[in-house]
Design a protein around this ligand. Structure first.
Ligand SMILES: *Cc1c(COP(=O)(O)O)cnc(C)c1O
Length: 379
């Protein structure tokens, strides 16, 4: 089955009690048992919920995977995954990681004895230097935020296999439409479904997908034992969002390309980071492992100052200044004063985040309007 058909049909079935084509929101905390222990597979709603079950199956199918496990947020998914490990275990992670994931690893899990290496993976060979007997997992996020660097998933999978470690990929930025890490050799895929999968900026949700039954069983156990579960209404919104993922992504890609090309020729723009440009340092890998280049990008101004970027952000009329990404509406952000404000300036600049760097999540509005908006705002 091709992606477009899978996103609409796979994993979901008409409701058995009524035939409702859309999975109902099973807003219940418990299920009546015929006799003690005699039930229809549903006992208590932290453990199982029919709306969640359908969503988990649909998300698994969207990633060409077997098992889907849903959580109340992307970070809840990652937090639960990290509970697979024991004190002394080592995890090798990317250095330009989503800030919340970095905070979770550094400020919470390090205190419980996990050891993290945050390293540059733009050349996957670099990972080998950090492999030890204690390495249990390689954690990859690609494309990265906000510089849209690309990490070679296949190469990471080979290194993980040789080290007897798991490869997990945060696939939030690409979405299951543009990239399927399990097909490239990853063991685990994680999504902040808050972003492209939900797609309408109205729900916070996370999920993990895997083909490995042992890992899945451990995660289902942790999902119930630790309880970071999503509510049924959120699951319904995600099921609804997933059905249009492919058409939204096609438009995100088209608009992304138009906006990136417009910005690149603008006399006041110094540099545009978008993985669809042939001279992007990782373009070849992007082309190999992704079906398109998406609507995420960032750019620097020739007037490379915080003030110039802030002026631009104050002037857009369609692009809304907000954190998050992946919704139908276009968003604009300034990493230096928003998502990356807690990083000291020298360190931020050493990591390639210029003062004037502006990040865009290009939505699915009319591309001409988006370009006109940026043009008047850049001035
Ligand atoms: C938003 C995001 C997360 C965290 O997900 P939440 O749903 O906000 O908890 C993790 N990784 C990436 C790449 C993200 O963009």
């Amino acid at each position: 089955m091709k992606a477009a058909t899978r996103f609409i049909h796979a994993g979901v079935h008409p409701d058995p009690s009524t035939g409702a084509i859309m999975t109902p929101i099973y807003q219940t905390s418990t299920y009546v048992q015929e006799a003690p222990g005699k039930h229809k597979g549903y006992e208590y709603a932290r453990t199982q919920n029919p709306t969640r079950t359908q969503l988990q199956n649909a998300l698994a199918a969207a990633e060409n995977g077997t098992f889907g496990i849903s959580f109340g947020s992307g970070l809840a998914a990652t937090d639960t995954l990290l509970k697979l490990f024991k004190p002394g275990d080592e995890i090798i992670s990317t250095n330009d990681l989503y800030g919340g994931t970095y905070r979770l690893m550094r400020k919470i899990w390090e205190d419980f004895g996990l050891k993290f290496h945050f390293i540059d993976m733009s050349d996957a060979e670099n990972i080998k230097k950090y492999i030890s007997k204690a390495t249990r997992m390689i954690w990859v996020e690609t494309p990265t935020n906000p510089l849209i660097r690309i990490i070679d998933i296949k190469a990471c999978a080979a290194i993980a296999k040789e080290a007897n470690a798991l490869l997990a990929v945060d696939n939030t930025f690409a979405s299951p439409y543009l990239q399927n890490p399990l097909d490239l050799g990853a063991d685990i895929v994680m999504h902040s479904a808050t972003k492209y999968i939900g797609g309408h900026s109205d729900v916070v949700h996370g999920c993990i997908i895997t083909n490995d039954k042992t890992i899945a069983d451990q995660l289902y156990f942790l999902q119930n034992a630790c309880g970071a579960v999503p509510g049924p209404q959120d699951c319904f919104l995600l099921l609804r969002g997933l059905k249009t993922l492919h058409v939204r992504m096609q438009r995100h890609c088209e608009n992304g390309e138009k906006v990136a090309r417009f910005l690149r020729q603008h006399p006041k723009v110094a540099k545009v980071h978008w993985c669809g440009f042939e001279d992007h340092p990782n373009h070849v890998i992007a082309k190999e492992q992704m079906r398109g280049f998406g609507g995420m990008m960032s750019f620097e101004l020739k007037d490379n100052t915080v003030e110039a970027a802030e002026k631009l952000l104050a002037s857009t009329k369609i692009f809304a200044c907000a954190e998050s990404l992946g919704g139908v509406e276009s968003l604009i952000g300034h990493p230096a004063s928003m998502t990356h404000a807690s990083i000291p300036r020298e360190e931020r600049i050493a990591n390639g985040l210029a003062d004037s760097l502006v990040r865009l999540s290009v939505g699915i509005e009319d591309a001409d309007d988006l370009i006109e908006d940026l043009n008047q705002a850049i001035g």
